[in-house]
Design a protein around this ligand. Structure first.
Ligand SMILES: CC(C)(COP(=O)(O)OP(=O)(O)OC[C@H]1O[C@@H](n2cnc3c(N)ncnc32)[C@H](O)[C@@H]1OP(=O)(O)O)[C@@H](O)C(=O)NCCC(=O)NCCS
Length: 384
């Protein structure tokens, strides 16, 4: 495999967008290519992540992005892996570049859902669960993650403040992030008095519906890019799957696909979890951040529940988690989320993260889950 770099990474502000998905995707893609210093014609293939294009009557957005970039003859493919679509697209780009099929690839994640009301969005999103066993019987993602939270709380002594501390931390981080959907801090009192959505999950346990677009340029060292910012080396790009329906899982105390993807990633990178300076993990609900930290091997089972409350995972803690604000507060524009995590790591490592910067970071991990873990990606990125 060839050494493969992320040479550019950019996103728009997540939240409500007035642009169509096609427009915002093309704009961030153009910015990423400019940042990369590459001629657009050097892009060998574009990998697009977009789950709900049909809601805007615009599927097949890849060729349109390439048209807008002036490279209509470059092939594109849309990768769908629910909420992990753009980390899956990054994985495909990595395989193509590291394997020598192309010297440079463009990854674009984009979603536009805020033109729908929450009811419609909830219903569309739920189609990524197991339809006959879960969705058709009324399951929604808040409901499915509430089931995981309830199982966790039944096994380990858990107080609402433990979930609340994750929400308070991620809102505090997002308040310093110009890309974030919610740029406001919340207090524990606000968390505790927020409405119950699916017990035990409250409003502030949930990520919002967001619009957003993020783009990455991936290149081999041999492509001789002269990027504006310092490239990051992709040390590991690993994916895994799992049984989809929660009822068929041997345990609800974690997501099996995270464990498998993490094992693969650490083996590929030849690193241990202690080498990771900070993480962007998939906190679509606060329980998901806790499970991720345990499944990735940073805490023993039941050990992550106190992490945020004790300050360990805060920006200035021993193990900063989601300095971007995470899906919880930076936002979750499904197709753009995984690429957005890499944008955060890129900005952090390049000293572009302003007051939310994690000092002295050399190596970071991005963890992105599809639905309740039917798919999962783990990427490990380092400064050169
Ligand atoms: C939590 C949820 C049900 C709230 O939806 P809703 O009740 O329709 O909320 P609305 O859109 O009417 O917004 C009401 C207010 O709450 C805020 N809000 C909405 N969702 C929020 C969230 N997740 N966190 C914080 N604030 C939120 C809105 O900004 C709005 O604030 P305002 O009155 O100051 O403008 C919805 O955000 C949700 O389902 N989230 C999960 C999405 C999901 O499942 N994603 C896939 C994960 S796998």
């Amino acid at each position: 495999m060839r050494e493969t770099w992320v040479v550019a990474a950019t996103s728009n502000r997540f939240g409500r967008s007035t642009e169509s998905a096609r427009e915002s995707a093309t704009r961030v893609a153009r910015e990423a290519i400019e940042q990369s210093g590459l001629d657009p014609k050097a892009i060998g293939q574009t990998f697009v992540a977009n789950c709900l294009g049909f809601a805007e009557h615009q599927a097949h957005v890849g060729p349109l992005i390439n048209n807008g970039l002036g490279i209509p003859d470059v092939p594109s493919v849309t990768v769908e892996s629910a909420c992990s679509s753009s980390s899956a697209a990054l994985h495909e780009a990595f395989v193509h570049v590291a394997g020598g099929f192309v010297d440079a690839a463009l990854v674009v994640g984009v979603e536009r859902v805020m033109q729908m009301d929450s009811l419609k969005a909830t219903s569309y999103f739920a189609d990524a669960a197991d339809y006959p066993f879960e969705t058709r019987n009324g399951a929604t993602f808040p409901g499915l993650y509430a089931t995981l939270a309830a199982a966790y709380a039944a096994k380990y002594p858990t107080r609402p403040e433990m979930f609340g501390a994750v929400a308070v931390k991620n809102h505090a981080n997002a308040a310093r992030n110009p890309h974030a959907h919610f740029q406001k801090e919340i207090s524990m009192e606000t968390y505790l008095s927020s409405p119950m959505i699916a017990s035990p999950l409250r409003l502030y346990d949930c990520c919002p519906f967001s619009d957003g677009a993020a783009a990455l340029v991936i290149a081999a060292k041999e492509a001789s890019p002269r990027p504006r910012h310092e490239p990051l080396v992709v040390r590991a790009s690993a994916r895994a799957g799992a049984v989809t329906a929660l009822q068929d899982r041997p345990t609800l105390l974690g997501l099996p696909s995270t464990r498998v993807a993490a094992e693969k990633a650490f083996r590929q990178a030849r690193l241990e979890p202690r080498a990771i300076d900070f993480l962007e993990v998939h906190d679509c609900f606060t329980i998901a951040e806790m499970l991720a930290l345990e499944d990735l091997g940073f805490f023993p089972p039941g050990g992550a529940k106190d992490a945020a409350l004790e300050g360990v995972t805060q920006r200035d803690g021993k193990l900063p988690v989601n300095p971007s604000g995470g899906l919880k507060a930076k936002g979750h524009p499904v197709g753009a989320t995984g690429a957005g995590q890499v944008v955060e790591i890129f900005e952090q490592m390049n000293g572009l993260a302003g007051t939310r910067g994690v000092p002295h970071a050399e190596t970071a991990l991005a963890h992105n889950v599809g639905a309740t873990g039917g798919s999962c990606s783990v990427h490990i990125l380092s400064r050169r």
